[in-house]
Design a protein around this ligand. Structure first.
Ligand code: MF3
Ligand code: CO
Ligand code: CO
Length: 283
């Protein structure tokens, strides 16, 4: 199939999809607290998407080759869960960290995909640091996006920052092209070497969604007493894992993040310096 470039009109439509995906996370934010189950969060999100937004949850019954149909309207990955955690009756407790990953499909068929970390209640310093630095790692990749740059530049920036912070990067899952399909080419690795892989061209739309572990990078399927739900991935050493995700488009001059809304956490200073942020100039 190859990488599909999106036209200006298609990017307008994907901007709407991205905003709606982000607004689901805004809506959920006040509900993420001790005692709430991830299944309750899933139900709230499902009703908001379907009845308020008029969007479709892309994950519900999503069934790529080799996977059983995904049974929920979002993913909730708690503590040592890396990704694709299935919402369950388990209540969140003080100090948990949880990634909530939401993908909407608009009425005209465009996808918006994003995730954020939430610290439930207080949270240890180590847990908060992992979440904050994983957010920065995502942005270290985003700011590399511009015409002529390569996907290896994006992956390298993320890996360098994560590993210099004492963390490790999950290799088995990556970001992805997105549009009228949920997962398109290219694969967006969160590690790599500068100057390698696909060259970025205006109109490319893809996600950047690093999974960063506090311990070793190795992962495994979450087999509970011999049973595997077909989806949930955990760290092998049971260390904490964090992830953030945005959908971005390559513009003529750089990037635009499509998954933004009133409640989006602001970009870090290194991403906004030079765009209205005062920068010291030598006399
Ligand atoms: N939203 C995830 C991503 O960022 C994919 C979830 S697929 C599911 O690509 F089936 F697990 F929901
Ligand atoms: Co994604
Ligand atoms: Co996602």
């Amino acid at each position: 199939m190859g990488i599909t470039l999106k036209s200006p009109a298609e990017i307008d439509a994907m901007r709407v999809a991205g905003r709606l995906a982000s607004e689901v996370l805004d809506f959920l934010t006040p509900h993420v607290m001790p005692g709430v189950t991830t299944l309750q969060i899933d139900t709230l999100a499902h009703d908001y998407m379907v009845n308020v937004q008029g969007t479709t949850p892309a994950t519900l019954n999503y069934s790529p080759p080799g996977y059983p149909p995904y049974p929920a309207s979002l993913c909730t990955s708690v503590n040592h869960e890396v990704c694709h955690g299935i919402p369950a009756e388990r209540p969140l407790k003080n100090g948990d960290i949880v990634n909530i990953d939401v993908t909407v499909i608009t009425k005209d068929g465009w996808h918006g995909d994003n995730s954020r970390m939430f610290v439930v209640g207080e949270g240890s310093i180590a847990a908060r640091r992992l979440c904050a630095l994983t957010f920065e790692a995502m942005w270290k990749g985003i700011v590399k996006v511009k015409p002529g740059a390569r996907l290896g530049d994006v992956g390298h920036a993320i890996q360098l920052f994560a590993e210099n912070s004492g963390f490790s990067v999950v290799r088995e899952f990556c970001g992805h092209g997105i549009g009228q399909r949920f997962h398109e080419e290219p694969q967006v690795l969160h590690y790599g070497r500068p100057g390698t892989l696909e060259e970025l061209v205006p109109g490319m739309v893809f996600t950047i969604e690093p999974m960063i572990n506090a311990g070793r990078r190795d992962i495994r399927e979450d087999r509970k007493g011999g049973h595997y739900d077909g989806w949930t991935i955990v760290t092998k050493d049971r260390s904490l894992s964090a992830q953030w995700e945005h959908t971005v488009v390559v513009t003529e001059t750089g990037y635009e993040v499509l998954t933004v809304s009133a409640g989006s956490p602001p970009a870090p200073a290194f991403a906004t310096a030079g765009y209205g942020t005062p920068v010291a100039v030598a006399a």
